[in-house]
Ligand binder design. Structure first.
Ligand code: GAL
Length: 818
């Protein structure tokens, strides 16, 4: 089952970006957007001792004169620094510390009390050709954690003070043309933004972007498609800036391409004079006949190539990906996509994954979305921060709707800057159906409700101004009666199933949905709750404030006026170890574990959210030592009826209640259990769990055995232990070592165990209830990656090793800075 989820995830995304529009852009664009991820040097600094922080802050005058930061000059000796590529999260590399205060960070030593491991220096030398003189050149960070100071060629350039919003600096005046340059980023993770694992370092992509002096404004190009009958009118807009030495007579044109790269519409805005240091807004409209609508089942995308011309020369161009669809939150009838009623079958997710922490290769973002898609999830909430661009792009391309959330609920300059960056960055993405300005702001809901109402109103106004096409909300844990809630277009409830009915009666004109629900907990593959082992059984358990999967979906899935909701959470995440503390290092809220291996509840959602007949039987049937004991046996299914057999003996048939499950209690004896599910009186699906023998061999399988040799692509391997019949042993816990050689490298390992404190980076991992994960990444050299898995340590039975080869095929890497 898990394998098909993996296959599907990978099949949903092909190529990056889609070839046809990339080619069309390349044909006109004098702009270069260079990936700036490769070839960095890294060294820890220090949060309180300047002597161990490159002398930074030793005396008074660090910022006194421009040009004196010698560590960011090309002559500086960084030969002892570590070489690495971005994205990079140093927190995941650190050992765990048994310090209760650090539970949010997953017991990683970050913060002001850990100065040795909370500051990192990144350094990179790069070439700027003489021919670039006269162009505008920016360094653009998609996000870093958290406080960043950027220096170039001895000069302080700028700072960023949050962990999730993108930021960029214009380097044009500071560069050496036709010579070496140097950029340094001091990244300080002493302060945090959240109460969950956030990572540390430059954990998203960095870009070096070069344009003509006459160029498009950043994230100013918008395409708003309004559907009427069988055509759509597109309102096109952009801003052009003149950073050159003379006034320009600029003209903007748009070329709209469908997914196959065919031009389906064009538009032009009249030329305008733009003074030196001035800017101008350009707008136009275009019609699209019979647009292929974007939807969950058919995520059709279009591209707009926006081009600026002056003096009969193309000066700048960019590609905007967009979709055509209508979205409606209705107070009485719920949610509509393209006029069709559909429930938001959503999950909330944080952004970290096993093995890599917060630094995910793009392919891993898409893999995660594929896993969620496979269980029938059609919407994700980016709790509680602005997501990475590849997550949003994945949603656009795979047909997942999004509630996109900013980190700080505040109308302060910082709060507004974060909000604006999010909206401008993502407002063309068809997947986004709802903006969220925050989550559970206890103070602003009450007792500062008056200030809360004003803060939220200012933020909502700005959202509408920047994006008049979408509604705004926030995730509220409370009664939504006053304060921040006054300003929202759509009202979200976190938990508290007793509140929405009364609210709906009192406010029949306000659309409602579940902004955060469930918080059900379970440990994958575990069928007994054991507080001594920090495990929770898989039979839909829940924390005090939460609801089981069945409870919340029976509530939100059956009220016509509810738009649906977002379960906490799709994936397990590091930090906030719930329901237990140390030695747990991650939460157990996930419907899948940290690796993306499904827990049993996954199949509840698959049955009731998916469209295909489904049947899932659990637990496994390996309970040596429990012979004669009564074991609960559950089936999740959307069929009419299920009959259970133990060693061939019927235990009776049960009708499946709508949005529920069926269960038996049976006496354990080795052998097998089997569920036979029928529809209309005919058996259509069966599933068996057999007692396995002891493990004798390792098996390796990969989501893809051929990947791109672009230095970025990955293969995600599943590691299992098999008995002599070749059946996976669901209780295996063997320690397995990995040898990775050839045209790639191991970048992380995991096993989904919330209590495992083994390293994410060492080439070994224990299986947890029969499973582990290994992530390998290509280099830019085509060839083969050889992965060998062998038993390590003295414990347990002997295992035959396994080998797997991943082919890395020649690929055109994304243009990268040198
Ligand atoms: C919510 C909160 C989430 C997470 C969750 C755990 O109140 O919004 O971030 O902490 O509780 O149940």
């Amino acid at each position: 089952m898990a394998r098909s989820a993996w296959g599907r995830a990978s099949a949903l995304i092909t190529g990056y970006p889609d070839a046809a529009s990339a080619e069309a852009l390349a044909a006109v664009a004098p702009r270069e957007q260079l990936l700036f991820d490769f070839g960095w040097k890294f060294q820890f600094g220090h949060g309180s001792d300047p002597a161990r922080d490159l002398g930074f802050g030793f005396g008074q005058g660090d910022f006194a004169k421009t040009g004196e930061f010698n560590f960011s000059k090309a002559k500086f000796d960084d030969s002892k620094w570590r070489q690495l590529n971005l994205p990079h999260d140093w927190a995941v590399e650190l050992p765990f510390v048994h310090d209760q205060v650090q539970n949010s960070h997953g017991f990683k030593p970050l913060g002001r009390r850990y100065p040795e491991t909370s500051v990192g220096w990144y350094r990179r030398e790069f070439d700027i050709p003489a021919g670039d003189l006269g162009r505008r050149i920016w360094v653009e960070f998609d996000g870093a954690f958290r406080d960043v100071l950027v220096f170039v060629n001895g000069c302080f350039i700028g700072r960023n003070d949050n962990g999730y919003a993108p930021f960029r600096f214009d380097l044009t005046d500071f560069l050496n043309y036709g010579a070496k340059n140097c950029i340094v980023a001091r990244v300080d993770a002493s302060f945090g933004d959240g109460w969950f694992y956030e990572g540390a370092g430059i954990y998203r992509h960095v870009w070096l972007t070069k344009t003509d002096a006459l160029h498009l404004g950043k994230w100013e190009s918008t395409v708003r498609a309004e559907v009427s009958g069988d055509s759509a009118t597109m309102t096109l807009g952009t801003v052009v800036r003149n950073d050159g030495k003379q006034a320009e007579n600029a003209k903007v044109s748009w070329q709209i391409l469908d997914a196959a790269g065919k031009t389906v519409a064009t538009a032009e805005a009249p030329a305008q004079q733009i003074a030196v240091d001035g800017m101008a807004t350009f707008t136009a409209t275009a019609k699209l006949a019979n647009p292929a609508l974007w939807s969950v089942d058919a995520p059709n995308l279009y591209s707009a190539i926006v081009t600026v011309e002056s003096d009969s020369r193309t000066r700048d161009a960019e590609r905007v990906s967009f979709g055509v669809r209508t979205v409606l939150f209705d107070a009485e009838k719920g949610f509509f996509l393209n006029g069709k009623s559909i429930k938001l079958q959503g999950t909330c997710n944080h952004h970290d994954h096993a093995g890599v922490g917060a630094a995910l290769p793009d392919r891993l973002q898409w893999f995660r979305l594929g896993v969620l898609r496979e269980m029938g999830c059609n919407a994700v909430r980016t709790s509680h921060n602005m997501p990475t661009p590849e997550w949003v792009e994945g949603c656009d391309r795979m047909g997942l709707m999004m509630m996109c959330e900013t980190r700080q609920m505040s109308s302060s300059p910082e709060g507004m800057a974060q909000l604006e960056a999010m909206i401008k960055r993502y407002r063309n993405s068809p997947s986004i159906v709802l903006w969220s300005i925050g989550n559970e702001e206890g103070q602003l809901q009450e007792p500062m409700a008056e200030q809360g109402a004003k803060i939220a109103a200012t933020m909502v106004r700005r959202c509408h101004e920047l994006d008049p096409t979408r509604v705004v909300s926030a995730a509220v844990n409370g009664n939504n009666q006053r304060g921040v809630s006054d300003a929202f277009d759509v009202i979200g409830f976190n938990y508290s199933l007793q509140l929405p009915d009364a609210y709906h009666k009192e406010h029949p004109k306000r659309p409602l949905y579940g902004s955060e629900t469930s918080s059900a907990i379970s440990t994958r593959g575990v069928y007994a709750t054991d507080p001594l082992r920090n495990t929770v059984n898989a039979y839909d358990s829940v924390v005090r404030w939460g609801e089981t999967a069945e409870e919340w979906w029976k509530f939100y899935g059956t009220r016509e006026w509810e738009a649906g909701g977002f379960a906490w959470t799709g994936f397990d995440y590091r930090g906030e170890p719930t329901p237990y503390g140390w030695p747990s290092i991650n939460s157990q809220f996930g419907i899948v574990d940290m690796c993306g291996f499904p827990k049993d509840t996954f199949f509840y959602y698959k049955a009731w959210w998916g469209k295909e007949p489904a049947l899932h039987l659990f637990p496994h049937w390996n309970f040596a030592g429990k012979e004669g004991e009564m074991i609960p046996v559950w089936v999740y299914s959307n069929l009419d009826e299920v009959e259970l057999f133990v060693n061939g003996q019927s235990q009776g048939s049960q009708k499946v209640p709508r949005l529920g499950h069926v269960e038996w209690k049976v006496r354990y004896e080795p052998g097998f259990i089997e569920a036979r599910g029928s529809k209309g009186g005919k058996v259509v699906l069966t599933e068996k769990r057999e007692t396995t023998g002891p493990e004798v061999a390792i098996r390796l399988t990969a989501d893809r055995t051929e990947i791109d040799a672009d230095g970025e692509d990955i293969a995600i391997l599943k590691v299992e232990a098999l008995d002599k019949e070749g059946s996976p042993v669901p209780t295996a816990g063997n320690l397995i070592g990995f040898k990775v050689t050839g045209a790639g490298a191991l970048i992380g390992v995991g096993n989904g165990d919330p209590n495992c404190q083994e390293s994410d980076k060492e080439p070994r991992r224990s299986l947890f209830n029969g499973l582990a994960q290994v992530i390998v990444q290509s280099t830019k050299r085509p060839g083969e990656i050889h992965i060998e898995a062998v038993k390590e340590g003295w414990d347990g039975p002997e295992l035959t090793g396994a080998k797997l080869v991943i082919t890395t095929k020649k690929a055109v890497p994304r243009p990268a800075a040198v």
